[in-house]
Design a protein around this ligand. Structure first.
Ligand code: GTP
Length: 369
C-alpha cells in the first residue's frame, strides 16, 4: 500500500521520524602524513570533531533505520506524491486524467522525456490488457517498472582483491567529490578495511586541506600536501605508500573539471595512465560523482567523462536537497552505468549503497519503508 493514499484515507498525520544524534566521543586522530612511504603516522589525542560523526555501520543502516532514508528523500517524494491522493481517491477506475498527471509528475521529478514516455507506454499497455484495473494496482505497476529499470543496470562493485584497490573519484566542480571521498572512506573503514586517501586535486589548494580534514575525521592517512603541483606524482607516490603499508583501499581525489574543458579532461586521462604504471590493473574503479540537483545536465556530463576515462560506476550526491530524484531513472536508462552509492547529506554516514527497491519505496512513499 502507498503511504500517501493511506494517510489521506485515515486522515491521521504520520509523524516524521526524529533523527538520533550520537553523543560525541573523544577520538584518537592520526595526523596527516607526508608522502614518504615509510614514515609512520603519529597519533595524538584531540577533541571530538565539531561535526557529529555517526558511527553506526553503513551496511547495518541499510536494513535498520529505513525511516531516515525515507526522510532524506522528502523533497523528491513530496514533489511526486503530494496531491496525488486527492486525484486518486474517489476514482474507482483509471482514466486519462490520472495517467496524464502521473506523466507530468515523472517529468517534473526529472525522470526525463524518454524514460517517462517508456514508463507511461508500459502502464497504458498494462491497463489496456486489463493486467491493471484500479489506481492502486497502477501505482503498484509503476513501482515495479521503476525498480526494474534501476535493477537492469545495478551491478556489484568489483571485489577488493588488490592491495591497494585503487579508486579514482572524478566529476565537475562542486559535485561533491571531496565530501563523498570522506564518506566513502568511512564506509570502507566501517567494514574493517585499511584506507588511505590521495590528494590529487592540486588545482585548488583548499581541496587538499579539505581532504586532510576528512582524513583526520576518519583517522586515516592522506598523501599530498598543499602546494604540490603535479597531481600525477602525488597519485604515483600514494600507490607506493599504500602498497608499502598494506592498505586495502586507496581513494584518489581529482580536480573538479567541466566535461567541456579538453585540457583538464586530458589531465584526467593522464592520471589514470600514471596509476596503471604505478600498479598494473589500477585504477580498479573510476567513480563519477554527479550532483542530482542539476537534473538532466548530469547525463551529458556522465557521457563525456565516460568517453574520456571509462567510468565504472556512479555516485549521485545531494539527493536529500533536491526534488529531482527522478534523474536516477534517466541515468539508468540512458547511460547504462551502475549507480553504486547515493549521497543524502553532509555527514560521514550519509552515503548509502544504492538499492533500487529501497529507493523506489522511499520515492513513492511505500509503507514498507
Ligand atoms: N546536502 C548535501 N550536500 C552535499 C552532499 N555531498 C556534498 N555536499 C555538499 O556540496 C558542497 C560541495 O562539495 P565538495 O565535496 O567540496 O565538492 P567537490 O566536487 O569536491 O568540489 P571541487 O573541489 O570544487 O571540485 C559542499 O558544501 C558539500 O557539503 C550531499 O549528499 N548532500
Amino acid at each position: 500500500m502507498f503511504g500517501f493514499l493511506r494517510r489521506k484515507k485515515n486522515t491521521e498525520p504520520v509523524a516524521e521520524p526524529v533523527r538520533q544524534e550520537q553523543a560525541p566521543e573523544e577520538h584518537t586522530l592520526a595526523t596527516p602524513e607526508s608522502s614518504t612511504p615509510t614514515e609512520e603516522t603519529a597519533a595524538t589525542t584531540v577533541s571530538p570533531p565539531s561535526e557529529p560523526a555517526e558511527i553506526a555501520p553503513v551496511e547495518a543502516m541499510a536494513d535498520k533505520p529505513k525511516s531516515r532514508f525515507w526522510q532524506q528523500l522528502t523533497r523528491s517524494r513530496s514533489s511526486f506524491t503530494e496531491g496525488l491522493a486527492d486525484l486518486v481517491l474517489g476514482k474507482k477506475q483509471i482514466d486519462d486524467e490520472l495517467i496524464e498527471e502521473l506523466e507530468m509528475r515523472l517529468v517534473l521529478a526529472d525522470v526525463g522525456q524518454t524514460t517517462t514516455q517508456a514508463l507511461i507506454d508500459e502502464l497504458q499497455q498494462a491497463v489496456s490488457r486489463k493486467i491493471v484495473n484500479d489506481p492502486e494496482a497502477l501505482f503498484e505497476k509503476l513501482s515495479q517498472l521503476m525498480v526494474d529499470r534501476l535493477q537492469r543496470v545495478h551491478q556489484p562493485r568489483p571485489p577488493l582483491n588488490e592491495h591497494p584497490h585503487v579508486i579514482v573519484v572524478c566529476g565537475i566542480n562542486g559535485a561533491g567529490k571531496t565530501t563523498t571521498i570522506g564518506k566513502l572512506a568511512f564506509h570502507f573503514k566501517q567494514s574493517g578495511r585499511k584506507v588511505m586517501l590521495a590528494a590529487g586535486d592540486t588545482f585548488r589548494a583548499a581541496a587538499v586541506e579539505q581532504l586532510i580534514t576528512w582524513g583526520e575525521r576518519n583517522q586515516i592517512p592522506v598523501i599530498g600536501e598543499p602546494g604540490r603541483q603535479d597531481a600525477a606524482s602525488v597519485l604515483f607516490d600514494a600507490v607506493q605508500s599504500a602498497r608499502a603499508r598494506g592498505t586495502d583501499v586507496l581513494i584518489a581525489d581529482t580536480a573538479g573539471r567541466l566535461h567541456t574543458q579538453g585540457g583538464l579532461m586530458d589531465e584526467l586521462k593522464k592520471l589514470v595512465r600514471v596509476l596503471g604504471k604505478a600498479q598494473p590493473d589500477a585504477p580498479h574503479e573510476i567513480l563519477l560523482v554527479l550532483d542530482a540537483s542539476i537534473g538532466q545536465n548530469a547525463l551529458s556530463q556522465a557521457r563525456l567523462f565516460h568517453q574520456a576515462v571509462g567510468v565504472t560506476g556512479l555516485i549521485v550526491t545531494k539527493l536529500d536537497g533536491t526534488a529531482k530524484g527522478g534523474i536516477l531513472f534517466a541515468i539508468a536508462d540512458e547511460l547504462g552505468l551502475p549507480i553504486h552509492f547515493v549521497g543524502v547529506g553532509e555527514q560521514l554516514a550519509d552515503l548509502r549503497p544504492f538499492e533500487p527497491q529501497q529507493f523506489v519505496d522511499a520515492l513513492l512513499d511505500r509503507e514498507a519503508i
